[in-house]
Design a protein. Structure first.
Length: 275
């Protein structure tokens, strides 16, 4: 990662963590997913920077730029489930690490200026975006395949993993004009349909179908836009029903629905951060 700059950031009583930065322009805070800051995530950061943004990539756990490993991922699950910074099973509590991330968003906004910052959370960190959306610095929140709380019961699958205070603050900001973009594969049980139903009930109202074809179902409601990429049987792109990381391990080239979802993320950032 020699093409990235790095600094240590400590705040809100949390120890210093490294944050990798690259690019110029409005700030986008990119939160890595459960496998860690894998090379595909680092490449995602490079693509965001190349699109005219300053990407901030905090290292939340593990080491940067290490290849994906199933064994390593299972070990991290065990560690995070007992961590005091991450709440993996709480249905209506925000993970404590989100306080540190809010402070990082404020720093990124101060560093880069502009109307505010974008945030992209994925998998384990996907739902963190709702807590961060409560902060005034965040104007472009993207929740990709949010997976917490872990779906042990139907109530867990439908829950958002955010405190009531943060959720009310996020709803207030949505009512004030800050939209939310959420992404998942249609058959992804790790980021279940019930959770997106809750998001629509909370933020959306009745969605207007903007695009509905073999690639994806793209819906925009009052303050929520959702993209659900077809991973069902017989989909023409051969996407597995087990597909999960839409913007990293599953991201493909032009013409593929994952690339369409990524391009929408960039468009969303442009709309919100270059006012």
């Amino acid at each position: 990662m020699k093409d990235f700059s790095t600094f240590e950031f400590a705040s809100e009583g949390f120890p210093a963590r490294p944050v990798y930065t690259k690019g110029t322009g409005p700030a986008v805070v990119l939160l890595h997913e459960l496998p860690g800051m894998i090379p595909e995530c680092v490449d995602l950061g490079r693509q965001i920077a190349a699109a005219g943004f300053t990407v901030y990539m905090p290292l939340l756990f593990d080491q940067p730029d290490r290849p994906f490993s199933v064994v390593k991922t299972l070990g991290l699950v065990a560690q995070l489930c007992i961590s005091q910074e991450f709440y993996c099973f709480a249905k209506h509590q925000s993970s404590p690490i989100t306080q540190w991330l809010k402070a990082l968003c404020r720093k990124a906004h101060q560093d880069c200026g502009g109307p505010g910052v974008g945030v992209i959370g994925m998998c384990l960190t996907g739902g963190f975006v709702l807590s961060l959306m409560a902060d005034e610095s965040v104007l472009a929140p993207v929740a990709s395949q949010p997976s917490l709380p872990i779906g042990m019961t139907r109530d867990h699958r439908a829950a958002l993993g955010v405190s009531q205070d943060d959720l009310e603050a996020a709803k207030a900001r949505a009512d004030a004009g800050v939209p939310l973009l959420a992404i998942r594969f249609s058959e992804d049980s790790t980021s279940p349909k019930e959770r997106f139903d809750t998001l629509r009930q909370t933020f959306g109202g009745t969605p207007e179908v903007v695009r509905d074809d073999e690639m994806m179902c793209w819906k925009r409601g009052k303050a929520l836009e959702t993209i659900e990429i077809n991973s069902g049987p017989g989909n023409r792109f051969g996407i597995s029903p087990r597909a999960h990381p839409a913007l990293t391990l599953e991201l493909r080239q032009a013409g593929h629905p994952t690339r369409g979802a990524f391009e929408r993320v960039l468009g969303f950032m442009q709309e919100q951060l270059r006012q």
